[in-house]
Design a protein around this ligand. Sequence first.
Ligand code: CUA
Length: 354
Amino acid sequence: MRSSATKFGYRRLGRILSAATALLITVGCQGERVQSSLHPGGPAAEAIARLWWVLLGVLGSYTLAVFVLAGIAIFRRPPSPTHRQPDPQEGQRFILIGGAILPALILVPTLAYTVHTTTSLRMRETGLTIRIVGHRWWWEVSYPEHAVEIANELVIPAGEPVRIELASADVIHSFWVPQLHGKMDLVPGKVNAFWLQAERPGIYRGQCAEYCGQQHALMAFVVKVLEPAEFVQWLRHNQQEFIEPTAAGTDPPHGLQLFLQHGCGVCHQIRRTEAQGQIGPDLTLLAERHTLAAGTLANHPDNLLRWLSDPQSIKPGANMPATAASRAELRQIVDYLLDRPSSTPHTGDERDRR
Ligand code: CUA
């Protein structure tokens, strides 16, 4: 009677455990791959993912073996009173093999492989530098060699390493694009550098990976990877001297006038206009960005309208105040900001991949 009850208990436990494992596997592997370090999109992330799988395999098997041996020791039948006592030397040998030799055989090669992976991630020769400054809670992105500025979005060419220089304007942030590389901190008063490389064009999501305050979770960004020729074109078109200035003698667009009237230009810059603020994100290329408010909202006119009229309800604590303009005025500002000419218009394909 008791044994059948125990058997039933074990069976139920087994069923619960396998259901939980299946759930974990499906939850872990399904869904968006855009921010998964297990779906690498470049050589650095690939090396990191390989190391992860090797460590999981080796250390997982070792842990399993320990559990099996412990299970055997616990559940085997107790020795009969006539059983001979174990030889103390045999015990010592067992401790030496199990406690020193076996762990060394496992840990030394995994350490060597870890060091090998780490050295393979050393700085590479690059032809392009992107400077990133972390702010609470957005990313300032500039191409110092090309006079291009954008925010919360990096545009890079496929197939080549890009030097990334990281600094912070306030607290420590951490730059992480799981599909392209490991994390690197942005530390106030210091410039850290590493490299990013993506093999294929596409959209990769990044996220601040160091708790930096109330809106840490809403401090995301996008890495947009273009074919090299397309990238060269993008870079050229967005350089300062190629941006269409408001023609001399003509009135600036009505949306821009309202933008300036309501004081937006005090914090934000739109290159080649009177708006030259340096506190908030540069809005010159806002029209081509994928998201608003550092990955908080999809870049859509209705979302921008919501953001301008009441940013604190969307991102409490952010430095962006509500814009004291009428709904009709806000609509004109939105139209101006999102209609600005952009060299790389969105394609439906890109939006889908996001
Ligand atoms: Cu910036 Cu967390």
